[in-house]
Design a protein around this ligand. Structure first.
Ligand SMILES: *[C@@H]1O[C@H](CO)[C@@H](O)[C@H](O)[C@H]1NC(C)=O
Ligand SMILES: *[C@@H]1O[C@H](CO)[C@@H](O)[C@H](O)[C@H]1NC(C)=O
Ligand SMILES: *[C@@H]1O[C@H](CO)[C@@H](O)[C@H](O)[C@H]1NC(C)=O
Ligand SMILES: *[C@@H]1O[C@H](CO)[C@@H](O)[C@H](O)[C@H]1NC(C)=O
Ligand SMILES: *[C@@H]1O[C@H](CO)[C@@H](O)[C@H](O)[C@H]1NC(C)=O
Ligand SMILES: *[C@@H]1O[C@H](CO)[C@@H](O)[C@H](O)[C@H]1NC(C)=O
Ligand SMILES: *[C@@H]1O[C@H](CO)[C@@H](O)[C@H](O)[C@H]1NC(C)=O
Ligand SMILES: *[C@@H]1O[C@H](CO)[C@@H](O)[C@H](O)[C@H]1NC(C)=O
Ligand SMILES: *[C@@H]1O[C@H](CO)[C@@H](O)[C@H](O)[C@H]1NC(C)=O
Length: 449
């Protein structure tokens, strides 16, 4: 098969890499990283032009025109169940709403593309002892004609700059989950090849880029995520293989469904060979379990057998966990109570962190879903015109949210808060504390906070 960059053979590339100092980059093994989306553009004309990537903001609110909240438009159009805690961002990165908090202030959303917002997130990582991020790169945003191409590129470069400034780590995670099986090589090969060569490969020289051994880490998220309707296994296998054959020989993490082992026997769409092509398998946690007892079941029936399967193939297993979330308001259905509607005061998250950090499931690295995802408008088309079905993780962010006691008193549409008796940074604290435990499980020094 043809690789993305055909100038050197993989064998030669490996021997060249071997000449450089082995492991001069931060190593994936033992790390705990969080998925990062830089998800919220702003529509406010008062923002700086460089911060304005689109004339609307349909990630927080829909329709996007006007000021969210009472008296209009209808409150049911809020796409988040929680309100972000924004006090640490400069006011020019805020987006005003008409939701009135208990103290009389207007609740604010924020603009993810503000440099100061991204910088604050890295300062949180330093403060709480979090290793770094996997930055999501949607296929459409990697397409130069897309409205978001320039903005996501700028965000990626800001993330690189901040990772270097704060001694934190990052890698790129392509998200190919939104595509249909009609998506053929003529539609993706050139885009992926150009994006790899022009955008992703230059990041590999960053001291903050995450490697496995001498191989830069790249995740391909979405393999088998939409079984039967998404791209089939042959296409994913080919994409993974082409990345691996590039001279830099990227280490490919495949983001797969929690029940990926079922494809061993039920696989007319050819995903099982694609899983085996990867260097690491990472089963997706959101929707996989929503209570502690679900999770305990999953450890026995999905995670430990999955780890044994990857061991038998000689590839790695990536752990992934979620604090839990909910998607009531985006569903525009106040009676809809999804199973993820409760974080169980952090106990659900902590139980997962424990099992993935104390050696119960001895994963090669761990991934938290997600760092900054307060919403994802599940019923709407996503920002790139993709209808996303299986990947929803609204409200799964570890970033702080407004506490219950501070929420608007008006119950329409109603919001979930952060527990009053805990710091709004409770999920950040847990994340950092178990990052340290996981480093110790792999015999690594704990990171300084
Ligand atoms: C009002 O409450 C919000 C949410 O807790 C907080 O972020 C904000 O700083 C408070 N505003 C004032 C003026 O105290
Ligand atoms: C992205 O920026 C380049 C260079 O400034 C510009 O030529 C191009 O039109 C922009 N693309 C989009 C989709 O706005
Ligand atoms: C991943 O890195 C480890 C060192 O941490 C190395 O022993 C292993 O061979 C690497 N795996 C692959 C598939 O490159
Ligand atoms: C995947 O979808 C096919 C139909 O396209 C079905 O036969 C198969 O059982 C499904 N596999 C799993 C693991 O759900
Ligand atoms: C995947 O789709 C391609 C293109 O339609 C086809 O050639 C290939 O046989 C399919 N693979 C599987 C496993 O269905
Ligand atoms: C709202 O959610 C409830 C509970 O899931 C469901 O029974 C009902 O059909 C939904 N209503 C609409 C209009 O979707
Ligand atoms: C690790 O954590 C899990 C989940 O709480 C627990 O069941 C298990 O006993 C713990 N194992 C060790 C060795 O502490
Ligand atoms: C979680 O905390 C809230 C207050 O923040 C309390 O009302 C609720 O009972 C607690 N739930 C559990 C399961 O501890
Ligand atoms: C995290 O660890 C610090 C230092 O040991 C401790 O003070 C804090 O209570 C821990 N936070 C949580 C949420 O466990």
């Amino acid at each position: 098969m043809k690789s993305f960059t055909a100038t050197l053979s993989p064998i030669l590339a490996l021997s060249l890499a071997g000449l450089s100092t082995a492991y001069s980059h931060a190593q994936l093994n033992g790390m705990t990283v969080f998925g990062y989306q830089a998800w919220y553009p702003t529509w406010d004309p008062n923002h700086q032009p460089q911060d304005q990537v689109h004339s609307n903001d349909f990630k927080w609110f829909n329709p996007s025109q006007g000021t969210p909240g009472p008296p209009s438009p209808p409150n049911s159009q809020v796409l988040t169940d929680t309100l972000p805690y924004v006090d640490d961002y400069p006011a020019e990165c805020w987006e005003n709403t008409n939701f009135i908090l208990a103290n009389g202030s207007h609740a604010q959303f924020f603009n993810s593309y503000c440099t100061a917002v991204i910088e604050k997130h890295f300062q949180y990582m330093v403060q709480y002892g979090i290793d770094g991020l996997f930055v999501q790169r949607f296929f459409d945003a990697a397409t130069p004609s897309n409205d978001y191409f320039n903005a996501t590129l700028q965000a990626l470069q800001t993330i690189r700059q901040m990772a270097e400034k704060y001694n934190k780590y990052f890698a790129v995670e392509y998200d190919l989950s939104g595509k249909t099986d009609a998506w053929g090589p003529d539609q993706y090969l050139t885009v992926l090849q150009n994006d790899y060569n022009n955008v992703v490969k230059p990041l590999f020289s960053s001291q903050s880029y995450i490697y496995n051994g001498t191989r830069p880490v790249v995740e391909i998220w979405g393999v088998a995520i939409n079984n039967g309707t998404g791209p089939n296994g042959s296409k994913f296998k080919d994409i993974i293989n082409r990345f691996q054959e590039a001279p830099e020989n990227p280490f490919i993490v495949a983001g797969v469904p929690h029940n990926w082992l079922d494809y061993k026997t039920k696989d007319p769409n050819g995903y099982w060979p694609a899983f085996q092509q990867a260097d690491c398998i990472q089963p997706w946690p959101v929707g996989a379990f929503s209570t502690i007892s679900d999770f305990t079941w999953s450890v026995q029936h999905e995670l430990l057998p999955g780890k044994a399967q990857t061991d038998s193939w000689g590839i790695k297993f990536g752990g992934a966990f979620t604090p839990g979330g909910s998607n009531r308001n985006a569903n525009t259905n106040a009676t809809y109570q999804p199973p993820l509607g409760n974080r169980f005061n952090g106990t659900f998250y902590e139980e997962q962190l424990k099992a993935f950090s104390n050696g119960t499931v001895k994963s090669w690295f761990n991934f938290g879903a997600m760092f900054d995802e307060y919403t994802e408008g599940e019923l709407a088309y996503s920002e790139f015109g993709i209808f996303e079905t299986d990947k929803e993780c609204p409200g799964t962010q570890i970033l702080p949210m407004v506490q219950f006691k501070d929420l608007p008193k008006n119950s329409d549409p109603g919001f979930l808060g952060s527990d009053d008796d805990k710091s709004p940074f409770y999920y950040m604290q847990l994340s950092g504390n178990y990052t340290t435990v996981f480093h110790q499980t792999w015999g690594q020094q704990s990171v300084a906070h």
